[in-house]
Design a protein around this ligand. Sequence first.
Ligand SMILES: NC(=O)c1ccc[n+]([C@@H]2O[C@H](COP(=O)([O-])OP(=O)(O)OC[C@H]3O[C@@H](n4cnc5c(N)ncnc54)[C@H](O)[C@@H]3O)[C@@H](O)[C@H]2O)c1
Ligand SMILES: [Zn+2]
Length: 367
Amino acid sequence: MRSITVDLGERSYPILIGSGLLQGIGERCREAGLPQRSPLLVVSDSEVAPRYLSVVEASLRGQGYTVVSHVIPSGEASKSLAVYEEVITTAIQAGLDRSSAVLALGGGVVGDLAGYVAATYMRGIGFVQIPTTILAHDSSVGGKVAVNHPLAKNMIGAFYQPSMVLYDLDTLRTLPPREVSSGLAEVVKHGLILDKEFAYWCREHASELLALDAEALGYALERGCAIKARVVGTDERENGLRAILNLGHTIGHAIEAVGGYGVFLHGEAIAIGMAGSALLAAKLGRDREIYEDTVSMLSALSLPVRLPAEYSEDALMEAMMHDKKFKEGKMTFIVPDSIGAVSIINDIQQSDVREVIAQLKKEGSPW
Ligand SMILES: NC(=O)c1ccc[n+]([C@@H]2O[C@H](COP(=O)([O-])OP(=O)(O)OC[C@H]3O[C@@H](n4cnc5c(N)ncnc54)[C@H](O)[C@@H]3O)[C@@H](O)[C@H]2O)c1
Ligand SMILES: [Zn+2]
């Protein structure tokens, strides 16, 4: 088993990565000091629950816990205030108290929603993350929890750290292939922002990662989580450094908003966004090789790096204006300086971004 600590003083917590962890969750909760007299709430979704919920429930009950589960429909639409209220209702009806905990068994949608329930129920109770997607190596670490407002994603939320992250690699075997690639986009992103060797390692081991080879995947998720943990440990509330985690996300979020959520998966959209950031870097005088290498890494992981022609520059620019990273006519972008190093640049010209979008739509070489 691999273990990483997110270092946040008194609120530090472990990330455990390995096989067969679901079966031992009850014991881990006991070791972590969750009292058996207080009921536990497991939140999961309609894809994950039929596969893994009964194992988790049995493990918890085996250690003497009272367990109640709430299964939400799979998909981003469940990250809503309406579903949030339903989960809170379950928590009240089950008699959760101040010593209870919410366990999030699922991908980023379940983690974000269940985390917001944990953060707000009785002003905050225990919270355990049990991620079941590759993307959730990112979302389950760092304590950002939220639900969506119809007008904006993640608009209602909190910083609320879990007390542990239990990452059972066996659950990843049932992920659809597109979800595998999408999650790997955030993995390679962690290399692109802070760890050159790891970024190239991902390209070299792409076929093993896509095949979910246990050794390669375990290593990649450990590195990805460790990089995220380091950034969060330095800047928990995104006053500075944490913004580098947004590499590719300004363009990526615009693609998701314009295309409609679900056309491109999140990781696919940010892969195109990361290719765009590398083009922007070239415009600012950085080496073109950054773009070539970024694209070869993403392509090796079966991720898109081109924007379909039907995405208009106007619509994407408009979507970016609504993004919170837009201030006084200038845009903030995370721009690579080289593979494994980025800068936060606050005065990116809109015209440069527009040109990058046009380049992303070009067939063949963008130059
Ligand atoms: N909090 C953060 O810091 C942070 C960071 C990145 C993303 N996010 C959020 O994460 C969400 C995306 O997360 P995601 O990609 O994990 O999406 P998701 O939770 O919707 O999971 C993707 C799909 O895979 C299914 N699934 C999950 N685990 C499975 C398994 N083991 N086997 C088979 N199917 C499985 C789900 O039901 C869903 O259909 C977004 O809402 C995004 O905003 C949050
Ligand atoms: Zn992301």
